[in-house]
Design a protein around this ligand. Structure first.
Ligand code: NDP
Ligand code: 7N6
Length: 307
């Protein structure tokens, strides 16, 4: 493979200005330009947020996301198009966001922020606030995101358990369960944080039965993908006090429709699929793309190859 022309698809503007990445990649070898769907066809490689049919004419697609659920994997395979993703760069951003969610819920900061909007001075019931120290979190998915979450939870004095397919141990996680033992893993902790990819195996991973297995005082955190959770079952569990609260960055439909009850539930935090946003995002992407350009040049295997 030879990458003479590299396109930065205009869809990356959902996360950062395309010019930032173009400038960061200038001088790395190929001719780098900002492209739309049509002009992407003329590129050997394209760096993108969205997927477009036109990219099937390229040799290489680099997604600026870790999640690859929006790409037609079989079709890419059949057409011989390489897909690489951006796993490995979100440990700090998403780890800090999840630490923030847990602090907001435990220390009632979300409640006070809502009250401030209404200039309302109202202290919490004595038995509602708690400290994270001594509480527990089960992190489902122990890759980049999961480890970033586990690291912060440890620093906050929490007991950290987790779930991954293999069940193999992970540093900083007191006990790791294999995915077959999910119910056992999520039954006790104060927080269950979801950080898996959306795949055939994880679609609907958290449904009615899993929510029923969770503790009544617990909170579900989802920074993975909306499809990992049965959202209707979650709304019912929150309504019926089967669980205490939730912090959600991803939803069945995005943007979350205006009429969703999740917007106004007291112990629910809604963020606009923004857990990973950071002003340094384009620099991390430039690093990944540059590494792969060097690898292509040296005839070495791609890093973060999905297809
Ligand atoms: P990684 O590939 O680094 O980690 C994925 C982890 O999920 C692995 O530990 C893997 O297990 C585990 N896993 C996969 N399938 C299952 C399963 N059935 N049961 C339990 N665990 C499972 O990915 P990242 O951490 O980089 O990203 C994870 C996902 O998070 C992305 O695919 C994306 O959808 C989402 N994401 C969301 C962001 C946001 O803005 N909200 C930002 C970045 C990512 P094993 O270790 O055994 O392989
Ligand atoms: C844009 C979202 C991912 O999968 O969804 C996230 O990487 C990224 C910052």
């Amino acid at each position: 493979m030879q990458i003479d022309r590299l396109g930065i698809h205009d869809s990356v503007s959902a996360v950062f200005p395309p010019e930032q990445l173009r400038d960061a990649l200038s001088g790395t070898g190929p001719d780098v330009g900002i492209v739309d769907d049509q002009s992407a066809r003329e590129c050997d490689g394209v760096v993108t947020f969205a997927h477009e049919e036109e990219f099937l004419d390229c040799d290489w697609i680099h997604s600026i996301q870790a999640g690859y659920d929006r790409f037609p994997l079989d079709e890419l395979e059949n057409r011989g198009v390489v897909l690489t993703n951006s796993t490995g760069i979100h440990g700090d951003s998403v780890g800090e966001t999840v630490a923030g969610y847990m602090l907001m819920l435990a220390r009632r900061l979300g409640q006070y922020a809502r009250q401030q909007e209404r200039t309302e001075w109202d202290r919490p019931a004595w038995d509602v606030p708690f400290t994270l120290a001594g509480e527990s979190v089960c992190v489902v998915g122990l890759g980049t995101l999961g480890r970033g979450i586990a690291e912060r939870a440890n620093a906050l004095g929490m007991e950290v358990t987790g779930v991954r397919r293999s069940g193999e141990p992970v540093e900083g996680v007191d006990r790791v369960y294999a995915s077959g033992d999910l119910h056992e893993a999520i039954a006790g902790p104060t927080f269950v944080a979801l950080a898996t990819p959306l795949t055939e195996e994880t679609r609907g991973l958290i449904g009615e039965a899993e929510l029923a297995a969770m503790d009544e005082g617990s909170h579900l955190i989802n920074v993975a993908r909306g499809g990992v959770v049965d959202q209707e079952a979650l709304i019912s569990a929150l309504d019926e006090e089967g669980i205490r609260g939730a912090a959600l960055d991803v939803f069945a439909e995005e943007p979350l429709p205006e009429g969703s009850p999740l917007w106004t539930m007291e112990d629910v935090l809604v963020t606009p699929h923004a857990a990973a946003y950071t002003r340094g995002y384009y620099e991390s992407i430039a690093g990944l793309v540059q590494t792969n350009l060097e690898r292509v040049g040296a005839d070495e295997p791609f890093e973060n190859r999905v297809v």
